[in-house]
Ligand binder design. Structure first.
Ligand code: NAI
Ligand code: OAA
Length: 272
């Protein structure tokens, strides 16, 4: 792809992340990247939010989104992930998932991407430091741990809590609600800790990545701390992301997608 050929982007799902990414692309924040098509549930609602849709930016079904896009950014509820993933990969496009926990449930997609000449690029999303974790993974990683603290509203309704009839309503003190592996966390909290899945894919995999989740009424931000110990480095990093209109999702997620898209076309790219 040369900088003269615009990179055509499709977005599946215009919720907290997708709408923010779409707005920024329409505003022309990245020279050489255009929003070409979107897949939405309710076209009228999408047009009310973004009147530019439907004219130069096409509405497509999820299976047709990749037809005229080089990159498809998936910003859907987890249950819809596979449909758009398969359609994009089968067309040999670049697939950028946000519902990263679903990648752990659908590992065949990675082999499928190899067969079809597609690529899967996981943006850093609500996390940080994945470049350093990948560098550590070039050597020997001894341990990876992530501790997530979210305001209770950002965790309510997660399957892990519903199955155990755990209510977070009226919580006054921080409460540890989960302690296990990233794989188990991705199953129990599919819309809350995609970041744990991303961390595990960057480092030592979902079964060796440890995860704690706290419902914490004393924090106002979605807070993730990662600690990595390897033969080359020890690192500990924390990000505190302001919740977006979707309390589960931090405001750092959409800019992270924009940064990842920019990295596909810019002459200078900083960080791996
Ligand atoms: N990787 C990461 O760091 C992060 C990942 N996420 C994940 O990213 C995904 C998107 O997050 P949000 O934007 O906050 O979710 P959201 O719930 O705000 O948006 C989802 C959108 O999908 C739309 N949708 C539902 N059915 C649809 C259909 N059949 N066709 C097209 N669109 C449909 C909904 O109307 C909604 O607008 C979620 O799976 C979330 O868990 C969220 C935050 C961080
Ligand atoms: O935005 C966040 O804090 C992280 C999040 O929802 C996720 O990883 O699914």
């Amino acid at each position: 792809m040369t900088s003269k050929t615009p990179l055509r982007v499709g977005i599946a799902g215009l919720g907290a992340v997708g709408l923010d990414v779409a707005r920024r692309l329409i505003d022309g924040v990245i020279e050489g990247v255009t929003l070409t098509a979107v897949a939405v549930r309710d076209a009228d609602k999408a047009r009310r939010a973004l009147p530019q849709l439907g004219d130069l930016i096409a509405f497509r079904s999820m299976s047709a989104l990749a037809d005229d896009c080089d990159v498809v950014v998936e910003c859907l509820p987890p249950a819809l992930f596979r449909e758009v993933a398969v359609a994009t990969i089968d067309k040999g496009r670049l697939f950028m998932p946000l519902s990263v926990a679903q990648l752990l449930k659908n590992p065949d997609l990675i082999t499928r991407a190899k067969e079809k000449g597609a690529r899967i690029l996981v943006p850093t999303g609500a996390l940080l430091g994945l470049d350093a974790v990948r560098a550590a993974a070039e050597g020997t990683i001894h341990s990876v741990k992530m501790v997530t603290r979210k305001p209770p509203k950002g965790l309510e309704g997660a399957p892990y809590l519903v199955e155990r009839s755990v209510s977070l309503e009226g919580l006054k003190e921080p409460r540890k609600i989960f302690d296990g592996t990233a794989r188990e966390g991705a199953i129990g909290f599919p819309a809350n800790v995609n970041v744990a899945a991303a961390l595990s894919l960057a480092g030592v995999g979902p079964d060796r990545t440890q995860l704690e989740i706290w419902a914490d009424p004393t924090v106002t931000r979605n807070t993730h701390t990662i600690t990595v110990d390897s033969d080359a480095m020890r690192l500990s990093m924390t990000i505190e992301s302001i919740p977006s209109e979707n309390p589960r999702t931090g405001k750092s997620v959409a800019p992270s997608v924009i940064a990842a898209l920019r990295g596909l076309v810019s002459e200078l790219k900083v960080g791996s």
